[in-house]
Write a protein that binds this ligand. Structure first.
Ligand code: FUL
Length: 698
């Protein structure tokens, strides 16, 4: 008997050991993430804070000559920023410690251009230190942005500046605890103050900074820091400032080619399937049009619809989301931004409230060595370290989730086990509806995380087919949800003549108000285009009658309509289409070519009546590839088209990366004629374009 027990014990111990030895884990495939990068992927969402002299000068890019005396927040509270980030489920905050104008938010030992020469806390303050403490208190990670381009520094462009830059890096990486991400922006070289030289300095980004050396210094000083942006970085820009990744998104990049200047940034949205290095995408976007706070944007915080789309098109497409919350002159995140962020979080929480696959019966057409260790059930066990894997060379397979009863679904979430590489090239989804399999999605990459937003279907089973993969594949997680119906906000458009159109998804009813009050079911029902050519604030909601739910509110503010506006003269271009710049539709544009001898080009507009105005806006071309953006401008007004007063001049900063409506304000003035002069273009090209010109007349 004793022998039998011993024998049994022997088999019991040996059996699992043997089966483990029989079925080996899949071999890693292709470039792999480092543990630092895996941890970074898992952060998913974190905040960006742009706050500097620009906040006080109302600029997006400072020229470099602004006085540090202007930096004077009345109520700076980094704990408020941290609280808001934490409550939104963010995992960290990246602070712009130095932007392109060279002003430092910490009292750097290497320059006088910092908080120490500002009135804030009598020059004794340190914003980086306050944020580091707040992050610690709220259990958030701290990241820092140090602009390589410095429009103030006298030696920018010379080797001495590189020493200065590296000294500052060392300060930031040694004095404030761990820095999870170091952010190096790509804007480099151009005109600036440069210690009083007031000139244009061009540099070759890849050569000038000697990034290899700079990176060595970073890793020696702070090995836990992940470096983003220019140089041989560990994470890449997503190629736009709208927070959107490509549907196909590889975490790989041909970085060698990129460093040789052979990769266009538009390729960053999708990465490179054959990239030799793991360089995942980070989607950055501001919750408002600009990166820095501008009071005129208080009512231009991105709509909830847009924020939800951004979430799904960044985190839902294998990218991290770096969401900017500009800090205002008080030193606080504005209430409107906080409200919108809370609304976003509420929607996302509701969307992912109840997971539906964990209780289903899971089967797969192939399981690596038929082993439990790699079984299909691992994708629903809630453990990120277990996975479903297929046999070597099995690059296509299906996994089926059978429900106990028909289940409504409109979201599917998938994750590859990225520690072994990113492999899946294509997958599809099918739902069993009334006994028939019906295709509901055909997609490409998965990566760390992919989320599909689908029309709601009610199915007795769900099937995911991996239809193309670089190698056998390794899936760690598959989930499904039934998110509440999201009624999209209506779109309000008003043309030149004051004709208002309000659009919504099919089947919804629209209600609107014209007096600034909140629209409800009792407000006016929209029945079709109506004319309203006076200054007005239109608010509208869409209501889904079947489900009795409404959208968020759309607000559109207009001055007097452009009914009487005419383009009087333009110095070039097609005069037949010039009215596109005043047709109320930013998506239609007009462009004109300048001849090489004449760099300034202008348009003169007659508003048909004298108006009191406090500013103008330029909407660049919105549709197309080469947007022919204007970078420097002058704006004049006149009562008689003879005597002109210069009201505003300067640059449209950052217009290339963020081609949004450019708002320029000035003191109230009476005007009938407007003269907009384009002094230069972003690409130094000869072609200029304008989507729309507006005035601020309220
Ligand atoms: C850009 C910069 O030029 C902007 O000012 C901003 O900091 C943004 C995040 O990156 O390229």
């Amino acid at each position: 008997m004793k022998n039998i027990i011993l024998l049994l014990a022997f088999f019991l111990i040996l059996t699992p050991v043997c089966s483990q030895e029989l079925v080996k884990a899949p071999e890693p495939f292709g470039p792999l993430p480092t543990q630092k990068q895996v941890d970074w992927h898992e952060m998913e969402l974190y905040a960006f804070v742009h706050f500097s002299l620009n906040t006080f000068t109302n600029k997006e890019w400072g020229y470099g000559d602004e006085s540090p005396q202007l930096f004077n927040p009345t109520n700076l509270d980094a704990r408020q920023w941290a609280r808001i980030a934490k409550e939104a489920g963010m995992k960290g905050i990246i602070l712009v410690a130095k932007h392109h104008d060279g002003f430092c938010l910490w009292p750097s030992a290497y320059t006088e251009r910092s908080v120490k020469n500002s009135p804030w806390k009598n020059g004794k303050g340190d914003v980086v230190k306050e944020l580091a403490a707040a992050c610690k208190e709220y259990n958030l990670k701290l990241g820092l942005y140090l602009s390589p381009w410095d429009r103030n520094h006298a030696e920018y462009g010379k080797p001495e500046y590189i020493t200065y830059f590296r000294n500052q890096l060392k300060e930031l990486l040694t004095n404030y605890g761990d820095v999870f991400e170091m952010w190096f922006d790509g804007a480099n070289g151009g005109d600036g103050y440069y210690g009083g030289a007031n000139e244009t300095r061009k540099i070759n980004t890849l050569e000038y900074y000697n990034w290899d050396e700079t990176y060595k210094l970073i890793y020696k000083t702070a090995p836990k820091t992940l470096v983003w942006g220019v140089g041989p970085s560990e994470a890449r820009w997503i190629g736009n400032e709208e927070g959107r990744a490509g549907k196909t998104n590889w975490s790989l990049l041909r970085q060698k080619e990129e460093l040789a200047g052979k990769v266009h940034y538009s390729e960053f949205m999708s990465g490179h399937e054959d990239g030799e290095k793991w360089v995942p995408g980070e989607a950055d976007v501001s919750i408002r049009p600009g990166w820095f706070y501008h009071a005129v944007e208080d009512d231009k915080v991105r709509s909830l619809d847009e924020m939800v789309d951004i979430y799904y098109e960044s985190i839902g497409r294998n990218a991290n989301l770096l969401l900017n919350l500009p800090v205002d002159k008080r030193g606080l995140v504005h209430e409107n931004d906080e409200t919108r962020l809370k609304e976003l979080v509420t929607v996302i929480k509701e969307d992912f409230k109840t997971e539906l696959l964990a209780s289903s019966k899971v089967t797969a057409t192939n399981t690596r060595g038929n082993s439990n260790e790699f079984a299909a059930q691992n994708v629903t066990d809630g453990n990120k370290d277990t996975y479903w894997a297929t046999d070597d060379n099995v690059k296509t397979a299906s996994i089926v989730f059978d429900f106990e009863k028909p289940t409504a679904i409109n979201r599917i979430l998938l994750q590859e086990y990225i520690k072994l590489g990113q492999r899946v090239r294509a997958f599809s989804a099918e739902a069993k509806i009334d006994g028939q399999w019906k295709s509901i999605a055909n997609e490409t990459t998965i990566g760390y995380k992919r989320i599909l937003r689908l029309d709601r279907i009610t199915a007795s089973a769900l099937k995911i087919n991996i239809t193309d993969s670089k190698a056998n594949f390794v899936i760690s997680n598959i989930q499904a949800y039934n998110a509440p119906t999201f009624v999209r906000i209506p779109e309000i458009l008003r043309d030149k003549n004051g004709n208002v159109t309000i659009k919504s998804q099919e089947g919804n009813s629209i209600y609107y108000t014209l007096d600034g009050s909140k629209p409800t079911l009792k407000s006016t029902l929209y029945k079709g285009v109506f004319k309203y050519n006076k200054a007005v604030q239109i608010k509208a909601i869409a209501i889904n009658k079947d489900e009795k739910i409404s959208s968020a509110i759309t607000t559109a503010k207009y001055g007097v309509s452009k009914e009487k506006w005419k383009v009087v003269t333009a110095s070039g271009g097609d005069m037949n289409s010039v009215n596109r710049i005043i047709d109320g539709n930013p998506d239609t544009d007009w462009s004109f070519r300048s001849d090489s001898n004449k760099l300034s080009q202008e348009v003169v507009i007659d508003m048909g009546a004298i108006l009191k105005i406090t500013g103008f806006t330029y909407i660049p071309q919105q549709v197309g590839n080469n947007l022919n953006l204007i970078s420097k401008y002058e704006f004049y007004t006149s009562l008689d088209n003879i005597k002109w007063i210069l009201q505003s001049q300067g640059e449209f900063s950052n217009i290339k990366n963020n081609p949004i409506e450019q708002v320029k304000t000035f003191s109230e003035t009476k005007a009938r004629y407007l003269r907009f002069v384009a002094k230069s273009t972003e690409e130094k090209a000869q072609t200029f374009s304008i989507g729309e010109i507006n005035v601020i007349d309220k």
